[in-house]
Design a protein around this ligand. Structure first.
Ligand code: NCD
Length: 310
């Protein structure tokens, strides 16, 4: 049964296990059909609105590609901050009231935490959070889950290292609680100033999840099934000088990967700056571009499910 119909997608912890399975298996089915040259046009005569108040390449394009491959149409405000009525002071609540008259489902990315919820409060159509500041990025976490399953063959009993900007990185804020539900053992590797928020780490530990915070990336990588690398989130720093001292804190290069288990899966939500050397791209486990491609299938599943088209 599709229990996601009419629902907003705002945080990664909102899903039941059944819903997670539903999303992953719908994505898998879409992928099988598309790879075989088939057509899935369940979103015919439906419109997706994308409202992006912050830069994006993958999230916006993969949502738009997903909608087009489902036979639907897309309305897009690419630079909503300057080209929409937000520049005139319109609230997201009011924007929500508008958007429900123009589209059947909408995706929003915005620099403020809680922004997707504000839009959802006004809109009577399903609202999907495409990243709200340093808060959440639930659709990325779902495509990460899909990728981990595809690359490693399982979701259970994995050892996963999250490295980089764990403080401001919304992708890891969404991914860690999701993976925890499958019994993942975590290693968090970050400069002290960019540690995972205590609220998240404490909650994981209270649930009985094993979380080891460490500085030595080499040691973490040797024990890991999955290495999830994140960009230092320059745009979230109040003090640019602090960014300058922390950038380049951890770099994944050939010598690091050579210490790892041969079957290590290397992921990154992208964009990368310099935290993964290009020489790593040729490793069989370098999955980040495949991960980005998986975003289309997972977003096809989400769009079709929240609008009740499958
Ligand atoms: C991430 C984001 O926007 O949070 N990118 C993405 O959606 N794939 C990660 C980042 O910007 O570093």
């Amino acid at each position: 049964m599709n229990t996601l119909v009419g629902h907003d997608i705002l945080t990664s912890d909102q899903f039941t296990l059944e819903e997670l399975n539903l999303i992953l298996s719908a994505a898998q089915q879409f992928e099988t059909i598309i790879n075989a040259g088939g057509i899935v046009d369940v979103m015919r005569n439906r419109v997706l609105a994308t409202l992006f108040y912050e830069p994006s390449t993958r999230t916006r394009l993969s949502f738009e590609s997903a909608m087009l491959q489902l036979g639907g149409q897309v309305l897009s405000v690419a630079d909503a901050k300057s080209s929409s009525s937000a520049a005139k002071g319109e609230t997201l609540y009011d924007t929500g009231k508008m958007i429900e008259g123009y589209a059947h489902v909408a995706v929003i990315r915005h620099p403020r935490e809680g922004s997707a919820q504000e839009l959802a409060n006004g809109a009577g159509i399903p609202i999907i959070n495409g990243g709200d500041g340093a808060g959440q990025h639930p659709t990325q976490a779902l495509l990460d889950l899909y990728t981990i399953q595809k690359e490693t063959g399982r979701l259970e009993e994995l050892t996963v290292t999250l490295v980089g900007d764990l403080k401001y990185g919304r992708t890891v804020h969404s991914l860690a609680p999701l993976l925890a539900r499958f019994g993942t053992r975590f290693m968090f590797v970050a400069p002290l100033e960019l540690a995972m928020p205590a609220g998240i780490t404490n909650q994981l530990r209270e649930q009985g999840v094993e979380v080891v915070e460490m500085n030595d990336l080499g040691e973490a990588v040797q024990q890991s099934d999955v290495l999830y690398v994140t960009r230092i989130q320059k745009e979230r720093f109040a003090d640019p000088a602090q960014y300058e001292t922390l950038k380049g804190a951890y770099v994944v290069d050939r010598s690091l990967i050579e210490q790892a288990r041969p079957e290590l899966t290397i992921m990154h939500p992208l964009p990368r700056v310099d935290e993964i050397a290009v020489e790593v791209d040729s490793f069989p486990g370098a999955a980040y571009f495949r991960q980005a491609a998986n975003g289309v299938m997972v977003r096809m599943a989400l769009l079709a499910l929240v609008t009740g088209r499958i």
